[in-house]
Structures are given as structure tokens and as C-alpha cells.
Design a protein around this ligand. Structure first.
Ligand code: NAP
Length: 312
């Protein structure tokens, strides 16, 4: 296999057979992003494609926002199977899809595109991938959990909140630095929480501010705490949650996966809680993308190995 280590761009895409003539197998899958050089998706998908015996490889494409529509159209003419979309394209791509699945519609974002008979079909594997990651890490389903999302106003936080609502979780507490965004999301998700399920003093669906007093009130009444803020990648980042608030009964899921053991994870473990990083979400969203593209079971362990090696 001759692999692509470099970035491709929109001009390359427009003359794809020439730009990738040195690649074997042919590049028929990609991730569009701006920036995209950091994406680990090729290191996850290429071992999976190889293991499955599929004659295609996966590359990074640097596509700028004003190029998105034309780049998506190019997929149809350049014999692509599909693409992933990352920052900043997930929400913008919706309007260029010929059809989208229910999860992508609710989340309002597409991270996986399938080219099917000249049609662009949009899916979102972030939310369902997160649900699978929680099952893998903690052996429990979103349906059975009282969930708090820190950073619910961001793209990842929204995907996870919508998934938790669609899975009819027991409680959902949306926390965001900019409180308006959490409140708007709570209003949107309210129809999922009409029936009473939890006996107790707390509302099933709440939006709260990120201050310590509001967080403290919630801690006895949540099981799963998710860090979906962009905090945690840098040593100097402030904590997304004051450490003394974490209790032994909590499951703490940090969407950050580099470093593998974030401060939040260390603090959760010190408090006697169970904790996991975001690698399992990255893996399972990739596995689901593979399954949307090929309508067959993905080689999960080959993809996990590729990802783990890329990070080590
Ligand atoms: P995003 O759309 O930019 O959202 C960032 C979120 O972080 C917002 O809620 C923002 O609050 C909050 N935030 C930023 N700085 C903050 C601060 N100083 N204090 C408190 N809150 C702060 O980013 P995203 O795409 O959702 O990504 C969020 C994180 O999830 C990133 O670390 C990303 O790498 C990770 N992620 C992981 C996976 C995975 O597969 N594991 C997938 C997607 C994303 P405001 O609304 O107030 O600005």
C-alpha cells in the first residue's frame, strides 16, 4: 500500500486521479476539515479498510468553508465512497445533503457522508458513537443514566445531549459557560422529557450556569458527568469542574483523549469515581461511519489498534 501522509486540498480534489496517481489502493474516502492536519481518522480507518479487504484508502482534505459545497459535489464525480466532516463543516453541510438520517437531523450536523447513486446522504455518528463508548467504558446505557454535560453549548456537547435525549435518559443537566446556549438547547429538547420517570426533587431536564453553587446542587442527582468543553488538552487549562464536587458514585467521561489521563480523569479517580477519556468515542464514531459506508460490520479491533498506535 502506498499511503498518503500529506494533506490534499480542494484543487487536488478537482483533479483527483492526477493528484493521487501515486496512491494504491485509490483514495476514495476522506475527512474534510479546516484545519485537518491533526485528524487521526486516516490512522484509524486505513487499518480497518485493509483488514476488511476493501480496495480503498482514506486521506485528509483541507477544505475551507467557502469550498464546502463544491467539494461535496466533487465527491460524486470523483468516485468517492464518502467522507467524514470535521470542524467547521458539520452543521454547514446539512443544506448540501440530498437526504439525512434522523439523528443528523436532530443534532443539526452531519459528520459522515455516503455517496449513494449520485446522492449525498448525511449521517451523524458522533452521538451514537458516544452511546457505544459509554456502554463499552461503564457497561451501562444512556437510557439508565442521569447525565450532566459540561460544555453543552458546543458542537460535541450538543451531539451528546441530543443522543441522550433521543435515548430517553433519566435526567439531563445542560451546563455551559454561555448560559443562553444551554437554555436554548433545553427548550429544544423538552419534548423528549415530557413523561415523569425519576421520583425525586429534581427536574428531568435542566439548564444551569457553570458556577460552583449551581453545580453543587446537582452532584447527588447525576451519575454520568461529561466534559464536552474544550478544556483539558493543555496543562494550563482551568478545570471544567471543581474536583471536590466529584463523588465515588460518578462516572466521568472526558471527551479529550490527548493527554490520555487528563486532570479531570486523575481527579475523578482520586475521588473514587470511574473515569474514561474520549478515545472510545472517537473509535466508535469511526466504526459507525465505516458501517454507514459499507453496510457491514466494521473491523473494530483493527481500527482500535490503528488509533492506539497513532497516539502512542
Ligand atoms: P466547540 O464547539 O468549540 O465548543 C466548545 C465548548 O467548550 C463550548 O461549550 C464552550 O462554551 C466551552 N468552553 C470553551 N472554553 C471554555 C472555558 N474557558 N470555560 C468553560 N467552557 C469553555 O468545540 P467542540 O467541537 O464541541 O469540542 C469540544 C471538545 O470535545 C474538544 O476538546 C474536542 O477535542 C472534543 N471532542 C472529542 C470528540 C471525541 O471523539 N472524543 C469528538 C468531538 C469533540 P461557550 O459556549 O460558552 O463558548
Amino acid at each position: 500500500m502506498s499511503t498518503a501522509n500529506d494533506l490534499y486540498n480542494f484543487d487536488d480534489l478537482c483533479s483527483w486521479p492526477q493528484s493521487t496517481s501515486d496512491l494504491q489502493p485509490p483514495a476514495r474516502l476522506s475527512v474534510f476539515g479546516d484545519p485537518v492536519a491533526h485528524s487521526l481518522s486516516p490512522q484509524m480507518h486505513n487499518p480497518g479498510l485493509n483488514e476488511a479487504g476493501i480496495d480503498a484508502q482514506y486521506v485528509r482534505l483541507h477544505i475551507q468553508p467557502d469550498q464546502l459545497k463544491d467539494a461535496l459535489l466533487q465527491l460524486k464525480t470523483q468516485n468517492f465512497i464518502g467522507t467524514n466532516l470535521t470542524i467547521p463543516h458539520k452543521a454547514a453541510a446539512i443544506e448540501f445533503m440530498d437526504d439525512i438520517d434522523e439523528t443528523a437531523r436532530h443534532i443539526g450536523a452531519v459528520n459522515t457522508v455516503l455517496v449513494d447513486d449520485e446522492q449525498l446522504i448525511g449521517f451523524n455518528s458522533d452521538g451514537p458513537g458516544f452511546a457505544l463508548a459509554i456502554r463499552e467504558e461503564f457497561s451501562v446505557d444512556l437510557h439508565d443514566l442521569r447525565i450532566m454535560i459540561l460544555g453543552a453549548g458546543g458542537g460535541a456537547g450538543r451531539a451528546v445531549a441530543v443522543q441522550a435525549a433521543m435515548d430517553r435518559c433519566e435526567r439531563l443537566v445542560l451546563v455551559n459557560r454561555t448560559a443562553d446556549k444551554a437554555e436554548a438547547l433545553a427548550a429544544e429538547l423538552a419534548p423528549f422529557f415530557k413523561e415523569d420517570r425519576v421520583a425525586g426533587p429534581m427536574e428531568r431536564l435542566e439548564a444551569i450556569s457553570m458556577d460552583e453553587g449551581a453545580l453543587t446542587t446537582q452532584m447527588d442527582h447525576v451519575d454520568l458527568i461529561i466534559n464536552a468543553t474544550s478544556l483539558g488538552m493543555k496543562r494550563t487549562d482551568p478545570e471544567p469542574l471543581p474536583a471536590p464536587l466529584i463523588q465515588p458514585h460518578h462516572f466521568v467521561y472526558d471527551m479529550v483523549y490527548s493527554p490520555a489521563r487528563t486532570h479531570l480523569i486523575a481527579q475523578a479517580e482520586n475521588a473514587g469515581a470511574r473515569a474514561a477519556n474520549g478515545l472510545s468515542m472517537l473509535l466508535h464514531q469511526g466504526v459507525l461511519s465505516f458501517e454507514f459506508w459499507f453496510n457491514r460490520k466494521a473491523p473494530l479491533e483493527a481500527m482500535r489498534k490503528g488509533l492506539t498506535e497513532a497516539l502512542s
